[in-house]
Design a protein around this ligand. Sequence first.
Ligand SMILES: *Cc1c(COP(=O)(O)O)cnc(C)c1O
Length: 432
Amino acid sequence: MQRKQSNKLYKEAKKYFPGGVNSPVRAFKSVFGSPLFIEKGNGSKIYDADGNEFIDFCCSWGPLILGHNNSKIREKVISAITSGTTFGAPTKLENELAKLILQNNRFIEKLRFVSSGTEAVMSAVRLARGFTKRDKIIKFDGCYHGHTDYLLVKAGSGLATFGTSSSAGVPESFAKETIVLPLNDKEAVKKAFENFKNEIACVVIEPIPANNGLLLQEKSYLEFLREITKANGSLLIFDEVISGFRVGFCGAAGFYGIQPDVVTYGKIIGGGLPVGAYGSSEKIMSCVSPDGPVYQAGTLSGNPVAMSGGIAQLKECLKKGFYQKLETKTQNFVTSINKFAELQGYKLKVFTVGSIFWFAFTELEKVQTSEQIDPKSMEKYKILHNELLKRGIYFAPSGYEVGFVSSAHTSKDLTKAKNAVFESLKFVFKND
Ligand SMILES: *Cc1c(COP(=O)(O)O)cnc(C)c1O
């Protein structure tokens, strides 16, 4: 595989950007080689600067549920752009996207558009704090909620109750407002609510944690979170930036049939353009400025170009059988790999929900907490990633990241990918 142009571009990019990238995981630090510079995408495929073609399972980390360069999205976006890109005043396209979402989602009554997932979660937490007039929040080890200060917090060591910042530049005083707990542990949550009675504004969770492996939780656990937050006057925030419009139009809330207080969206909601949103009941949303005291704003929020991307994409998602078809495709792909791995005696399990999958080099039947992921298993992912690239298959450049199947992936693509995985696994397990 030729990487001459990508390497050249990367060398130049390193002069301009820290690590040569504008978002860290793109830098290929967790896999072999350096990043491929992508020139174009079409359907399930991407093409790099050296002309290599790949079937893409990263899909820009989730947004591209229709694949690359979808004609419906392209046409709608182009049509919007010819009338101007932003006005800083309302446009009817905002109404159109909001209506499309609210009419088909029984879990929220009102929403606010922002420009990223980070912004959506940050605003949702502020809303929860403003609504409850409390400061502390609970988050979980193994969930990612964007790069807001008080969400870049990991569990403190030993018996420490409060989190410590997981990034330089986050004041310890901010981290102290965040309580970090392990997933799938009801007792830990109960204890936190006992220790901080009437102090906890919200529990924020990825109901389908998919940023640190795919750590599928029990429905009963999510129901427990629903009950304990309600009993304590705290809000339950479902961060559905990945799961929203992915495991079904109503995301994980719909998938599990659990009503959260606030939901956040990103990724798919913008059809590949920068859109995020947070939504809730009319009552809670009435706290948001200018109706209420919780301030939140955005120069480019709800701009017509981004809205158009979202409208075109979500209209496709609403078509009958869309999610069923996507899920069946994904499950067949995953099942064949799991069967192959079992037959060969490989220590590999592919976990999946909807059109999300995650390759876990483990013997465990379930992986539900970040602690259950063996960091050493990532060495295996590195080999897999590299072997797959050689065979024209693009997976995310980190073993902690999940893969996505889009509606553009054909059965031919999936057969090719499956065979490439089979061949690559031989190299992964060569020395076992
Ligand atoms: C990607 C992601 C975010 C952050 O979204 P950005 O658009 O990258 O700011 C937040 N929460 C979850 C669950 C995500 O997957």
